[in-house]
Design a protein around this ligand. Structure first.
Ligand SMILES: O=c1[nH]cc([C@@H]2O[C@H](COP(=O)(O)O)[C@@H](O)[C@H]2O)c(=O)[nH]1
Length: 318
Protein backbone atom coordinates (compact mmCIF):
# COMPACT_ATOMS: atom_id res chain seq x y z
CA UNK A 1 0.00 0.00 0.00
CA UNK A 2 1.22 3.50 -0.78
CA UNK A 3 2.56 5.35 2.25
CA UNK A 4 0.37 8.08 3.69
CA UNK A 5 1.99 11.50 3.97
CA UNK A 6 2.01 12.91 7.47
CA UNK A 7 0.98 16.56 7.82
CA UNK A 8 0.82 17.74 11.38
CA UNK A 9 -1.28 15.11 13.09
CA UNK A 10 -3.12 14.14 9.92
CA UNK A 11 -2.28 11.42 7.39
CA UNK A 12 -3.00 12.28 3.78
CA UNK A 13 -3.25 9.68 0.99
CA UNK A 14 -0.46 10.25 -1.57
CA UNK A 15 -2.92 10.70 -4.46
CA UNK A 16 -4.81 13.39 -2.53
CA UNK A 17 -1.59 15.07 -1.40
CA UNK A 18 -0.15 15.31 -4.91
CA UNK A 19 -3.44 16.56 -6.38
CA UNK A 20 -3.59 19.32 -3.76
CA UNK A 21 0.05 20.26 -4.28
CA UNK A 22 -0.59 20.62 -8.01
CA UNK A 23 -3.90 22.49 -7.83
CA UNK A 24 -5.86 19.54 -9.22
CA UNK A 25 -9.50 19.02 -8.15
CA UNK A 26 -10.15 17.05 -4.96
CA UNK A 27 -13.55 16.25 -3.43
CA UNK A 28 -13.85 15.52 0.29
CA UNK A 29 -16.31 12.80 1.38
CA UNK A 30 -17.63 12.15 4.88
CA UNK A 31 -17.70 8.80 6.68
CA UNK A 32 -20.74 8.96 9.02
CA UNK A 33 -22.86 8.31 5.95
CA UNK A 34 -20.91 5.01 5.65
CA UNK A 35 -20.96 3.95 9.31
CA UNK A 36 -24.35 5.27 10.43
CA UNK A 37 -26.24 6.30 7.29
CA UNK A 38 -26.55 2.93 5.54
CA UNK A 39 -26.32 -0.79 6.38
CA UNK A 40 -23.45 -3.08 5.29
CA UNK A 41 -22.75 -4.00 2.47
CA UNK A 42 -24.65 -1.19 0.69
CA UNK A 43 -22.58 1.34 2.64
CA UNK A 44 -19.27 -0.10 1.38
CA UNK A 45 -20.51 -0.51 -2.19
CA UNK A 46 -21.94 3.01 -2.26
CA UNK A 47 -18.75 4.50 -0.81
CA UNK A 48 -16.69 2.77 -3.53
CA UNK A 49 -19.09 3.80 -6.29
CA UNK A 50 -19.15 7.40 -5.05
CA UNK A 51 -15.34 7.47 -5.17
CA UNK A 52 -15.44 6.05 -8.74
CA UNK A 53 -17.98 8.67 -9.84
CA UNK A 54 -15.77 11.44 -8.47
CA UNK A 55 -12.82 10.01 -10.45
CA UNK A 56 -14.85 9.53 -13.66
CA UNK A 57 -15.78 13.20 -13.46
CA UNK A 58 -12.19 14.34 -13.20
CA UNK A 59 -11.51 14.80 -9.46
CA UNK A 60 -9.69 12.86 -6.74
CA UNK A 61 -11.91 11.52 -3.91
CA UNK A 62 -10.78 12.01 -0.31
CA UNK A 63 -12.90 10.11 2.19
CA UNK A 64 -12.18 11.37 5.70
CA UNK A 65 -12.28 9.38 8.98
CA UNK A 66 -10.33 8.89 12.21
CA UNK A 67 -8.85 5.41 12.56
CA UNK A 68 -7.01 4.24 15.70
CA UNK A 69 -6.75 7.86 16.77
CA UNK A 70 -5.31 9.22 13.50
CA UNK A 71 -7.29 11.46 11.15
CA UNK A 72 -6.97 10.16 7.58
CA UNK A 73 -7.72 12.14 4.42
CA UNK A 74 -8.23 9.63 1.61
CA UNK A 75 -8.84 6.06 2.80
CA UNK A 76 -7.41 2.85 1.38
CA UNK A 77 -9.80 0.11 0.29
CA UNK A 78 -9.02 -1.87 3.47
CA UNK A 79 -9.74 1.13 5.67
CA UNK A 80 -13.00 1.86 3.89
CA UNK A 81 -14.17 -1.74 4.25
CA UNK A 82 -13.19 -1.79 7.92
CA UNK A 83 -15.26 1.31 8.56
CA UNK A 84 -18.22 -0.09 6.65
CA UNK A 85 -18.17 -3.39 8.55
CA UNK A 86 -17.74 -1.74 11.94
CA UNK A 87 -20.78 0.43 11.16
CA UNK A 88 -22.30 1.88 14.30
CA UNK A 89 -19.47 0.53 16.46
CA UNK A 90 -17.50 3.47 15.11
CA UNK A 91 -18.08 6.68 17.04
CA UNK A 92 -20.12 9.27 15.16
CA UNK A 93 -17.69 12.19 15.29
CA UNK A 94 -18.72 15.83 15.09
CA UNK A 95 -16.24 18.69 15.69
CA UNK A 96 -16.59 18.48 19.48
CA UNK A 97 -15.73 14.74 19.48
CA UNK A 98 -12.44 15.02 17.57
CA UNK A 99 -10.05 15.53 20.55
CA UNK A 100 -11.61 12.66 22.49
CA UNK A 101 -11.45 10.15 19.61
CA UNK A 102 -7.86 11.14 18.79
CA UNK A 103 -6.60 11.08 22.41
CA UNK A 104 -8.30 7.74 23.13
CA UNK A 105 -6.93 6.17 19.92
CA UNK A 106 -10.49 5.45 18.80
CA UNK A 107 -12.27 5.07 15.50
CA UNK A 108 -14.38 8.03 14.43
CA UNK A 109 -16.67 8.44 11.45
CA UNK A 110 -16.74 12.13 10.65
CA UNK A 111 -20.04 14.00 10.27
CA UNK A 112 -20.34 17.04 8.05
CA UNK A 113 -18.89 19.33 10.74
CA UNK A 114 -15.80 17.21 11.46
CA UNK A 115 -15.24 16.47 7.75
CA UNK A 116 -15.30 20.21 7.03
CA UNK A 117 -12.71 20.77 9.77
CA UNK A 118 -10.26 18.31 8.21
CA UNK A 119 -11.00 19.25 4.60
CA UNK A 120 -10.22 22.87 5.42
CA UNK A 121 -7.01 21.96 7.24
CA UNK A 122 -5.56 20.54 4.02
CA UNK A 123 -7.22 23.00 1.63
CA UNK A 124 -9.97 20.91 0.03
CA UNK A 125 -12.64 23.46 -0.98
CA UNK A 126 -15.47 21.13 -2.06
CA UNK A 127 -17.15 18.41 -0.01
CA UNK A 128 -19.93 16.05 -1.10
CA UNK A 129 -22.47 14.35 1.13
CA UNK A 130 -26.11 13.17 1.05
CA UNK A 131 -27.81 15.48 3.50
CA UNK A 132 -26.58 17.75 6.26
CA UNK A 133 -27.85 17.97 9.83
CA UNK A 134 -30.09 20.87 10.80
CA UNK A 135 -32.44 22.28 13.38
CA UNK A 136 -34.48 19.40 14.80
CA UNK A 137 -38.23 19.70 15.07
CA UNK A 138 -39.07 21.26 18.43
CA UNK A 139 -35.52 22.60 18.42
CA UNK A 140 -36.86 25.70 20.17
CA UNK A 141 -37.39 23.49 23.25
CA UNK A 142 -34.58 20.93 22.93
CA UNK A 143 -31.88 23.24 21.48
CA UNK A 144 -30.98 20.30 19.23
CA UNK A 145 -29.25 22.07 16.38
CA UNK A 146 -26.65 20.18 14.38
CA UNK A 147 -23.09 21.46 14.67
CA UNK A 148 -23.04 21.16 10.86
CA UNK A 149 -24.76 24.54 10.79
CA UNK A 150 -22.30 26.37 13.04
CA UNK A 151 -19.42 24.74 11.17
CA UNK A 152 -20.80 26.13 7.91
CA UNK A 153 -20.78 29.49 9.64
CA UNK A 154 -17.06 29.40 10.39
CA UNK A 155 -15.30 27.12 7.93
CA UNK A 156 -14.88 28.09 4.28
CA UNK A 157 -15.73 24.76 2.65
CA UNK A 158 -18.55 24.28 0.13
CA UNK A 159 -20.89 21.42 0.95
CA UNK A 160 -22.87 19.78 -1.85
CA UNK A 161 -25.97 18.01 -0.51
CA UNK A 162 -29.55 17.15 -1.46
CA UNK A 163 -30.77 19.61 1.13
CA UNK A 164 -32.11 18.67 4.52
CA UNK A 165 -34.40 15.77 5.38
CA UNK A 166 -37.89 16.61 6.50
CA UNK A 167 -37.15 14.71 9.72
CA UNK A 168 -35.76 18.15 10.55
CA UNK A 169 -37.33 21.60 10.70
CA UNK A 170 -36.36 22.93 7.26
CA UNK A 171 -37.55 26.58 7.58
CA UNK A 172 -35.73 26.98 10.92
CA UNK A 173 -32.63 25.29 9.47
CA UNK A 174 -32.54 27.92 6.72
CA UNK A 175 -33.13 30.71 9.25
CA UNK A 176 -30.23 29.44 11.34
CA UNK A 177 -27.94 29.26 8.30
CA UNK A 178 -28.86 32.85 7.50
CA UNK A 179 -27.95 33.86 11.06
CA UNK A 180 -24.60 32.09 10.61
CA UNK A 181 -23.95 34.04 7.41
CA UNK A 182 -23.94 30.94 5.21
CA UNK A 183 -24.65 31.35 1.49
CA UNK A 184 -27.29 28.80 0.54
CA UNK A 185 -27.71 28.09 -3.17
CA UNK A 186 -29.86 25.61 -5.06
CA UNK A 187 -28.74 23.99 -8.29
CA UNK A 188 -31.26 24.49 -11.09
CA UNK A 189 -34.06 25.79 -8.84
CA UNK A 190 -35.01 28.50 -6.37
CA UNK A 191 -36.74 26.06 -4.03
CA UNK A 192 -34.68 24.37 -1.35
CA UNK A 193 -35.06 20.58 -1.70
CA UNK A 194 -35.96 18.25 1.16
CA UNK A 195 -33.65 15.34 0.40
CA UNK A 196 -36.19 12.73 -0.80
CA UNK A 197 -38.25 15.28 -2.72
CA UNK A 198 -37.41 18.36 -4.75
CA UNK A 199 -39.66 20.59 -2.67
CA UNK A 200 -39.72 22.04 0.81
CA UNK A 201 -41.85 25.12 0.25
CA UNK A 202 -38.80 27.27 1.14
CA UNK A 203 -37.36 29.63 -1.47
CA UNK A 204 -33.72 30.69 -1.55
CA UNK A 205 -32.40 33.80 -3.30
CA UNK A 206 -29.38 32.12 -4.95
CA UNK A 207 -29.94 29.84 -7.93
CA UNK A 208 -27.01 28.31 -9.86
CA UNK A 209 -27.36 26.59 -13.22
CA UNK A 210 -23.92 25.26 -14.11
CA UNK A 211 -20.77 23.95 -12.39
CA UNK A 212 -19.01 27.10 -13.65
CA UNK A 213 -21.51 29.34 -11.84
CA UNK A 214 -20.98 27.29 -8.67
CA UNK A 215 -17.22 27.65 -9.05
CA UNK A 216 -17.52 31.43 -9.45
CA UNK A 217 -19.59 31.66 -6.27
CA UNK A 218 -17.01 29.64 -4.32
CA UNK A 219 -14.20 31.73 -5.74
CA UNK A 220 -15.94 35.00 -4.80
CA UNK A 221 -16.45 33.77 -1.23
CA UNK A 222 -12.80 32.83 -1.04
CA UNK A 223 -11.41 35.97 -2.73
CA UNK A 224 -13.22 38.12 -0.19
CA UNK A 225 -11.98 35.90 2.69
CA UNK A 226 -15.46 35.80 4.16
CA UNK A 227 -14.49 32.74 6.17
CA UNK A 228 -17.96 31.19 5.94
CA UNK A 229 -18.97 27.97 4.24
CA UNK A 230 -21.40 27.59 1.35
CA UNK A 231 -24.24 25.10 1.04
CA UNK A 232 -25.16 24.08 -2.50
CA UNK A 233 -28.32 21.99 -2.54
CA UNK A 234 -28.79 19.65 -5.50
CA UNK A 235 -32.37 18.32 -5.80
CA UNK A 236 -32.83 14.55 -5.97
CA UNK A 237 -32.90 13.25 -9.60
CA UNK A 238 -36.48 13.27 -11.00
CA UNK A 239 -36.64 9.47 -11.48
CA UNK A 240 -36.30 8.95 -7.74
CA UNK A 241 -38.33 11.90 -6.51
CA UNK A 242 -41.54 9.99 -7.41
CA UNK A 243 -41.21 7.75 -4.35
CA UNK A 244 -40.75 10.87 -2.22
CA UNK A 245 -44.32 11.16 -1.01
CA UNK A 246 -44.44 7.57 0.21
CA UNK A 247 -41.14 8.13 2.00
CA UNK A 248 -42.52 11.34 3.49
CA UNK A 249 -45.38 9.39 5.13
CA UNK A 250 -42.85 6.96 6.62
CA UNK A 251 -40.89 9.91 7.99
CA UNK A 252 -43.99 11.15 9.81
CA UNK A 253 -44.46 7.72 11.43
CA UNK A 254 -40.78 7.44 12.38
CA UNK A 255 -40.94 10.88 13.97
CA UNK A 256 -43.90 9.82 16.11
CA UNK A 257 -42.03 6.67 17.22
CA UNK A 258 -38.88 8.61 18.09
CA UNK A 259 -40.97 10.90 20.27
CA UNK A 260 -42.66 7.97 22.00
CA UNK A 261 -39.29 6.24 22.64
CA UNK A 262 -37.62 9.50 23.63
CA UNK A 263 -34.80 9.10 21.10
CA UNK A 264 -32.90 12.39 21.19
CA UNK A 265 -29.47 13.98 20.56
CA UNK A 266 -27.06 12.45 18.07
CA UNK A 267 -29.02 9.18 18.19
CA UNK A 268 -32.03 10.82 16.55
CA UNK A 269 -30.79 10.99 12.94
CA UNK A 270 -29.50 7.37 12.72
CA UNK A 271 -32.69 6.08 14.41
CA UNK A 272 -34.97 7.96 12.02
CA UNK A 273 -32.96 6.98 8.93
CA UNK A 274 -32.99 3.27 9.83
CA UNK A 275 -36.69 3.30 10.73
CA UNK A 276 -37.70 5.11 7.52
CA UNK A 277 -35.74 2.52 5.55
CA UNK A 278 -37.64 -0.32 7.29
CA UNK A 279 -41.01 1.34 6.82
CA UNK A 280 -40.45 1.96 3.09
CA UNK A 281 -39.20 -1.58 2.44
CA UNK A 282 -35.83 -0.20 1.38
CA UNK A 283 -37.13 2.44 -1.07
CA UNK A 284 -35.62 5.26 0.97
CA UNK A 285 -32.21 3.58 0.82
CA UNK A 286 -32.43 3.26 -2.98
CA UNK A 287 -33.33 6.96 -3.26
CA UNK A 288 -30.61 7.88 -0.77
CA UNK A 289 -27.93 6.04 -2.75
CA UNK A 290 -29.12 7.61 -6.04
CA UNK A 291 -28.95 11.13 -4.70
CA UNK A 292 -25.53 10.69 -3.08
CA UNK A 293 -24.17 9.50 -6.44
CA UNK A 294 -25.80 12.45 -8.18
CA UNK A 295 -24.22 14.81 -5.66
CA UNK A 296 -20.82 13.17 -6.23
CA UNK A 297 -21.15 13.81 -9.97
CA UNK A 298 -22.07 17.44 -9.37
CA UNK A 299 -19.41 17.96 -6.69
CA UNK A 300 -16.68 16.59 -8.95
CA UNK A 301 -17.78 18.82 -11.83
CA UNK A 302 -17.86 21.85 -9.57
CA UNK A 303 -14.42 21.09 -8.20
CA UNK A 304 -13.07 20.65 -11.76
CA UNK A 305 -14.59 24.02 -12.77
CA UNK A 306 -13.09 25.63 -9.66
CA UNK A 307 -9.62 24.22 -10.36
CA UNK A 308 -9.83 25.59 -13.92
CA UNK A 309 -10.90 28.99 -12.67
CA UNK A 310 -8.09 29.12 -10.18
CA UNK A 311 -5.38 27.55 -12.31
CA UNK A 312 -2.08 28.97 -11.25
CA UNK A 313 -3.55 31.33 -8.67
CA UNK A 314 -3.88 29.17 -5.56
CA UNK A 315 -1.15 27.73 -3.42
CA UNK A 316 -1.70 24.48 -1.55
CA UNK A 317 -2.60 24.71 2.13
CA UNK A 318 -0.23 21.81 2.83
O1 LIG B 1 -29.50 12.42 5.52
C1 LIG B 1 -28.57 12.40 6.31
N1 LIG B 1 -28.40 13.43 7.14
C2 LIG B 1 -27.37 13.47 8.02
C3 LIG B 1 -26.49 12.44 8.12
C4 LIG B 1 -25.32 12.48 9.05
O2 LIG B 1 -25.74 13.00 10.31
C5 LIG B 1 -24.94 14.14 10.64
C6 LIG B 1 -25.74 15.13 11.46
O3 LIG B 1 -25.98 14.57 12.71
P1 LIG B 1 -26.53 15.46 13.92
O4 LIG B 1 -27.96 15.79 13.58
O5 LIG B 1 -26.40 14.59 15.15
O6 LIG B 1 -25.66 16.70 13.97
C7 LIG B 1 -24.52 14.71 9.31
O7 LIG B 1 -23.38 15.56 9.43
C8 LIG B 1 -24.24 13.45 8.52
O8 LIG B 1 -22.96 12.95 8.85
C9 LIG B 1 -26.66 11.31 7.25
O9 LIG B 1 -25.92 10.33 7.30
N2 LIG B 1 -27.72 11.35 6.37
Amino acid sequence: MNQFIEKGHIKVAPEVYHALMNGRPVVALESTIISHGMPYPQNYETAKEVESIVRENGAVPATIAILDGTPFIGLSDDQLRRLAILGRKVQKTARRDIPHIVSAGGNGATTVSATMVFAHKVGIPVFVTGGIGGVHRHGEQTMDISSDLTELGKTPVTVISAGVKSILDIPRTLEYLETQGVTVAVYGSNEFPSFFTENSGCQVPCRLDSPEECAKLIDANSNLSLGTGILIAVPIPKDYAASGNMIERAIQQALAEAKEKNVIGNEATPFLLARVNELTGGASLVANIALVKNNARMGARISVALAKLRRGTVRSAL
